[in-house]
Design a protein around this ligand. Structure first.
Ligand code: SAM
Length: 411
């Protein structure tokens, strides 16, 4: 049968609004592809762990593999909860109905379920070819070397109409502690130490350590940002995380100059948090107040497998199949904060559902939050602690080129 209009839109843009719930299903590959014209994000690379195998005894709320190993890992809440555990459980119980409703709505959407197993297919040869199996460049390590300021990236801009093909212009720029921009209307290829990177149109990155973040503060308030997305390297003791990227104690994040980064018309701040109660308390009581951010809503990212079931049981005490995104406003200098939407005007507890990609890689959120962003459209957007780039965005972190390497793309 012919695809419905909704499915056709999903296959084009990667966003599907689920019926009768505050939820959308997102295919990050399709959503990210809107940033590129000459290259495409490789679905095979994006969905490096596709959670494919069907678990035994799946229930409506999803169930993890019932192997003995998993059983041992499933820590149920102790019978007597301490105060923090009670608070965490309370928070979970409040969110649970929204997550269940969103998930049930996905399970009822047959046309969407039928295309989920194919999200990872449609692959041509990866653009990365031979180099793609080699270990990736560690920007974090290189950036710490005393020679860091001498490393340069070469951006290969295509030839203009006046130039012959061989004259395409190559621009060499310091790769660390420097704003590197592609102001063209197409993706450009870049080269660094023998690896290729794809830089989306109208985007820039600044690769540095947190101690240099002040360099991002714009000279004029009108050049600030309307949307600030932050996914900090929170400490959480996971061994897997330790091997992927360094983490920082909470107090380091207090110094992020959110107020100075915000546009004079104000900014929507979207902060990714884990389910650790101690962290949630820190954000509410210390971090948001010190940034001058007023919390207005919380959205959730529910993680599913390719068959639509949850990646693990919804009620596992120490491992939940969802993470949350705290949304707040940082008032600008010229905008009366009364004019911005209030908490009660915003649909709280919206849910985005997707099949997770690489470890800790978050789905793109702009479709969900765009209408909450103050100022004229298109908004000026920045992502802090980014590992990838987006058309129209500034990406900052100590490895914003990580997922831009050619191995993650196809031509
Ligand atoms: N949102 C990203 C994504 O979807 O792929 C994941 C971000 S990850 C949670 C946190 C990032 O912060 C990692 O890339 C890590 O290397 C970076 N980071 C850790 N310590 C940093 C520091 N001192 N300065 C800058 N970035 C740092």
């Amino acid at each position: 049968p012919a695809n419905s209009e909704k499915l056709t839109q999903f296959l084009k843009y990667g966003v599907y609004h689920l019926e009768s719930s505050n939820a959308v299903f997102i295919d990050p590959v399709r959503a990210l592809n809107r940033s590129y014209s000459l290259f495409k994000v490789s679905p095979l690379r994006y969905y490096s762990r596709f959670f494919e195998h069907k678990p035994l005894g799946t229930t409506a709320t999803g169930t993890c593999s019932n192997s003995r190993k998993r059983k041992r890992k499933e820590k149920r809440p102790p019978l007597a909860l301490n105060e923090r555990e009670r608070a965490a459980d309370h928070r979970h119980q409040e969110v649970r109905p929204f997550l269940l409703k969103a998930h049930e709505s996905l399970l009822r959407t047959d046309e969407l379920l039928s295309v989920l197993p194919n999200l990872r297919s449609g692959e041509a040869a990866p653009a990365g070819n031979d180099e793609s199996e080699l270990p990736q460049q560690s920007f974090i390590e290189l950036g710490r070397l005393w020679q860091a300021s001498m490393y340069e990236i070469s951006l290969n801009f295509p030839h203009s109409r006046e130039q012959t093909r061989d004259e395409g212009c190559q621009r060499l720029l310091p790769i660390f502690d420097n704003l590197v921009a592609n102001d063209m209307d197409d993706d450009v290829e870049a080269e660094f130490l023998g690896s290729r990177y794809i830089i989306p149109r109208d985007s820039c990155f600044y690769m540095s350590d947190l101690k240099h973040i002040k360099n991002l503060v714009p000279g004029e308030d009108s050049c600030g940002f309307h949307l600030i997305v932050i996914d900090p390297p929170w400490e959480n003791g996971s061994a897997q995380q330790k091997s992927r990227y360094p983490t920082l104690p909470n107090r380091y994040f207090l110094s992020i100059p959110i107020k100075q980064l915000a546009h004079e018309e104000g900014a929507l701040v979207a902060l990714w948090v884990t389910n650790r109660e101690k962290l949630r308390t820190f954000v509410e009581k210390e971090l948001f107040p010190s940034w001058g951010v007023r919390h207005v809503a919380t959205f959730h990212w529910l993680k599913v497998k390719a068959d639509g079931s949850l990646i693990c049981d919804l009620d596992l005490f120490h491992h939940r199949p969802y993470e949350s995104l705290l949304l707040g406003y940082c008032d600008g200098k010229i905008v009366d904060s009364e004019k911005l939407p209030k908490g009660r005007d915003i649909h709280d507890n919206q849910v985005m559902i997707s099949v997770p990609g690489d470890y800790s890689r978050k789905p793109p959120i702009e479709d969900l939050v765009l209408e909450l962003v103050p100022g004229l459209k298109p908004p000026r957007c920045i992502e802090l602690f980014a590992r990838e780039m987006r058309a129209g965005w500034l990406s900052w972190g100590n490895e914003p080129l990580y997922f831009q390497e050619s191995r993650y793309f196809m031509s």
